[in-house]
Write a protein that binds this ligand. Structure first.
Ligand code: HEC
Length: 273
């Protein structure tokens, strides 16, 4: 009996979910439009700038135990070069023989040069209403240094090509309790859950939404969230186990989405609801 009841409940949930996905409105929901207007007003005085300032301070002034600084950190354009680096990641880094996305690279440098402990960062990788970890502020500053630049993630090195291909596969990989993939929610035009319009991330004009406004200031709470957080939260949406922080699979997904968004202009850290 109990079993049949739970089957029934599962079927109801599925039916509701399917109804939500089947809806294909031609335009954005009214609430989304209102929110976007509100965001435009707020972004004139963007609270993300507070976190950028904190990140800049750490980048420029913090020193590691042996006196090393972030000036030694190579984000792909040479040691200490930050301008334009964010829109050119994920990319291959020869020193680690790996493709890294921006957040992963920043954490790598903070551990290597400033003496931050990776284990501590992994304990609290994301912000909450009590704390925005230092690496999140640094990523926010680094991102701001690519404001109004075109996304240009490289796909030349064999490992960059490999990461792109793996990311593309993960995007389409269906599994979990509901047999969802990223593409279930983000693989076609005009999908929506409740009031939230879901971008079709397979299209360049919409793949930019994997970037635009990230890192994002979460209005309900007042802290910054990064792309890595967004990815984890979507794995949760998908009823998949959440990936470990800074894992290869997230770098691969970000590589796929970023390369898809290449050529679009990044407007910098923003505001998310
Ligand atoms: C069950 C549906 C669902 C699945 C499956 C899902 N997402 Fe999402 N995704 C959402 C929702 C809901 C949002 C929030 C939209 C908003 O804030 O308006 C979102 C937002 C996003 C965003 C940010 C868009 C923006 O405008 O800021 C990205 C990028 C993203 N998802 C990628 C993924 C990836 C990659 C996967 C697969 C690992 C995935 N999603 C799986 C529902 C889903």
């Amino acid at each position: 009996m109990k079993h049949r009841l739970s089957m029934l409940m599962a079927a109801t949930v599925m039916a509701a979910a399917c109804a939500a996905y089947a809806q294909q409105p031609p335009a954005k929901s009214a609430i989304t439009e209102e929110f976007e207007k509100f965001r435009e007003v707020l972004e004139e005085d963007n609270p993300a700038e507070l976190f950028e300032a904190k990140g800049e301070d750490i980048w420029k002034h913090a020193k590691g135990p042996d006196g090393a600084t972030m000036a030694q950190c190579d984000l792909g354009l040479g040691a200490g070069v930050v301008k334009g680096a964010y829109v050119r990641m994920p990319r291959y880094f020869a020193d680690v023989d790996q493709v890294m996305d921006a957040e992963r690279r920043v954490v790598h440098c903070m551990v290597k040069y400033l003496g931050y402990k990776e284990a501590d960062i992994r304990k609290q990788p994301f912000s909450n209403d009590r704390v925005t970890p230092d690496h999140v502020s640094v990523v926010t500053w680094v991102a701001g240094q690519s404001r109004d630049m075109k996304i240009a993630a490289p796909r030349k090195h064999p490992k960059e090509i490999e990461a792109y291909n793996i990311g593309k596969e993960i995007f389409a990989y269906r599994a979990g309790a509901y047999d969802f993939s990223c593409a279930t929610c983000h693989g076609a035009d005009g999908k929506r859950i409740r009031t939230q319009d879901l971008p079709n991330l397979r299209r360049p004009e919409e793949a930019i939404r994997a970037y635009q406004g990230w890192p994002g200031y979460r209005m309900t709470g007042g802290f910054m969230l990064t792309q890595q957080w967004r990815m984890n939260d979507c794995f949760r949406q998908q009823r998949f186990p959440e990936p470990t922080y800074l894992s290869d699979s997230i770098t691969a997904l970000l590589t796929y989405m970023t390369v898809t968004a290449n050529g679009q202009v990044y407007k910098g850290p923003g505001i998310k609801r």
